[in-house]
Write a protein that binds this ligand. Structure first.
Ligand code: JQB
Length: 266
């Protein structure tokens, strides 16, 4: 019901991909599928409670049309040709893995709700019709509607499409990040800014030392910021030096898994 919220999709990388014909992206207004004078999309929740819920009948007409399920409309693949994505705070977490999976899909429909969300029968109905339906959350915080989540998902998925990110090497480097570490810190000119200098090793031209320094930094950052990622590391993919860096950062191997090193006496 807030199509203007998605105007940002005309800008940036995704906007360029659309202009280049790599991506066909359309924004719709749910109220186009209302039938009453007030263009109503919501009603009170059965069972009581605060707020309003979006009506399944309006959403059903909208999704049938947009997904091309109405006889005589485009696509022709039926429900199986479309993957319906529903941003919701109660969904499974949208991650880079989710983005990679969605990037292989031919046709995504993203249903942006408002109020207390969309009547649960909508997801149920399209699953029963053979459509893949993913109820996804972009993280553990509360938004007022699905539009911002849709922007996040479209950007994350769109940049994985061949030809969207200018330099495919940046995608390769990130998939190293998918090997389970945060990225190392980056620097550019000037080499001295106020009293802050770029670390000497990066100006040295010693590629092996630069590589080791960056890995150390990635390990230290991950150890300090993301204990969940440290615990998920495969210990046999770490070398002796990695384990030394992690030990300095307070992590030790216990029963083949990384764990926070014990402090002081028991
Ligand atoms: C309505 C949304 C998010 C879509 C994602 C995320 O539905 C609600 N339930 C409880 C509180 C607030 C709402 C409002 N709301 C549609 C809708 C919130 C998505 C959302 C989301 N994806 N937080 N909130 N990570």
């Amino acid at each position: 019901i807030f199509p203007d919220y998605l105007a940002a999709l005309d800008l940036s990388l995704v906007g360029k991909a659309r202009a280049a014909g790599i991506l066909d992206l359309r924004v719709h207004d749910l109220r186009d599928w209302t039938t009453d004078r007030h263009r109503t999309v919501d009603d009170t929740p059965f069972g009581g409670g605060a707020g309003m819920v979006m009506r399944p009948d309006v959403w059903g007409r909208a999704i049938d049309d947009v997904a091309g399920l109405t006889t005589g409309t485009a696509d022709g693949g039926g429900a199986g040709a479309v993957h319906l994505v529903v941003p919701t705070p109660s969904g499974e977490t949208f991650t880079q893995r989710t983005a990679e999976a969605l990037a292989t899909e031919e046709h995504l429909v993203v249903a942006c709700g408002r109020y207390e969300g969309i009547d649960a029968r909508v997801a149920e109905h399209y699953r029963s019709a053979g459509m893949r339906v993913s109820e996804l959350s972009i993280g553990d915080y509360v938004l007022n509607g699905g539009e911002v989540a849709a922007l996040v998902m479209v950007e994350a998925v769109g940049r994985l499409l061949p030809g969207v990110v200018g330099n495919p090497e940046s995608l390769v480097e990130e998939s190293h990040g998918a090997a389970g570490l945060l990225e190392y810190p980056v620097y550019t000119k000037p080499p001295a800014w106020d009293d802050l200098e770029v670390p000497d090793v990066l100006l040295s031209g010693h590629h092996a030392r630069i590589h080791r320094w960056r890995r150390d930094q990635a390990l230290r950052r991950t150890a300090a910021r993301r204990p969940d990622m440290v615990r998920a590391l495969a210990v046999d993919a770490l070398d002796r030096h990695d384990l030394e860096v992690l030990a300095e950062a307070g992590w030790t191997v216990v029963d083949g898994r990384l764990d926070r090193a014990a402090h002081g006496a028991p």
